[in-house]
Design a binder for this molecule. Structure first.
Ligand code: AMP
Length: 298
């Protein structure tokens, strides 16, 4: 079953203890698509500027990602610059240039509107609402960030009321609900709409809340983290990709989807940019999935 993703396609400049990568391919929708396409057909909806390298467009196309919804607008591509600390769980955003993103209004082409699965990447909740006006998907998942919780919470709450799942980090749960306890916070988030709440805790893994159940998964232990940028979007791509591939929302599928999300996110951290996702194979995903199983078996 196909997935439509709406979100940023970017040129990222990233500095980590391992080095620096200038103006590389990035963006939430990029990481999501390159992860999820290992599982399901993807329709990418976003915008790039005139300066966006054709090689990146070709890369998406060669991976079989449908690009009818990727607009090329006059102006410069969205740019994001970040610097990670010696502890790569911490980072500072040095610069965000919206550029063509400033006037972006998502327009979903016919094929993208037909996808049963929809992922609303981290964009302004008002734009997420514009997407929801155009489609009636079977399943909608949502990402957000502290900025929107701070400045657009009313819109965000409207989106939440219309989504089935949210993928959110522990700090954002606290910001949105005021709860210091993440379990209580996740319950409060579910009360706003989504039946499924996935709380990411960085290198400490994640918690999956469905109805009254909780499932806990560690992050895959990596000795070398080169660049964690996009790990959250990659997690979302593996999580939703697996759900769309199985076309099921039962609890066992959702739990396995969390592990798939964690597996693909671990690959994404092993080099700068989304490159590791491009060279990934089903065999390598399966191999790490099995290692994960052994890791948590006791
Ligand atoms: P993550 O590491 O999961 O937070 O994702 C980082 C990716 O999100 C980078 O590739 C950025 O280009 C993109 N990004 C950062 N800030 C924003 C923003 N305000 N809106 C949309 N995308 C963003």
């Amino acid at each position: 079953m196909s997935i439509t993703v709406v979100g940023s396609v970017a040129l990222d400049t990233v500095e980590t203890p391992a080095g620096k990568n200038e103006e590389g391919l990035g963006g939430a929708a990029t990481y999501f698509s390159l992860a999820a396409v290992h599982y399901a057909p993807i329709h990418l909806v976003g915008v790039v500027g005139e300066d966006f390298p054709q090689a990146h467009v070709d890369l998406f196309r060669n991976r079989g990602i449908h690009l009818e919804g990727l607009e090329r607008a006059p102006g410069r591509t969205f740019r994001w610059t970040g610097r990670y600390h010696a502890d790569v769980n911490e980072r500072d955003t040095l610069e965000t240039q919206l550029n063509v993103f400033e006037d972006f209004h998502p327009r979903l082409p016919e094929a993208a509107r037909k996808s049963p699965y929809l992922f609303l990447g981290n964009i302004h909740p008002a734009l997420q609402l514009e997407v929801l006006e155009q489609v009636k998907p079977k399943f909608t998942a949502l990402d957000t960030m502290n900025l929107w919780i701070d400045i657009a919470q009313a819109d965000l709450r409207q989106v939440l009321a219309r989504t089935d799942a949210i993928i959110i980090n522990d700090a954002e749960v606290k910001l949105l609900t005021g709860r210091a306890n993440v379990i209580r916070g996740a319950r409060d988030v579910a009360a706003l709409g989504p039946r499924i709440v996935v709380v990411k805790k960085g290198e400490h893994g994640c918690l999956l809340f469905v109805d009254d159940t909780v499932f806990s998964a560690p992050a895959f232990p990596l000795e070398t983290v080169v660049d964690p940028t996009g790990a959250g979007d990659t997690f979302a791509g593996g999580f939703m990709g697996y759900i769309a591939q199985q076309n099921s929302l039962d609890l066992a599928t959702l739990r396995r989807a969390v592990i798939h999300g964690s597996v693909v996110a671990s690959f994404a951290c092993e080099d700068f940019g989304p490159g590791p996702l491009v060279t990934l194979t089903p065999e390598r995903i399966a191999g790490r999935y099995d290692k994960f199983k052994a890791l948590v078996d006791f």
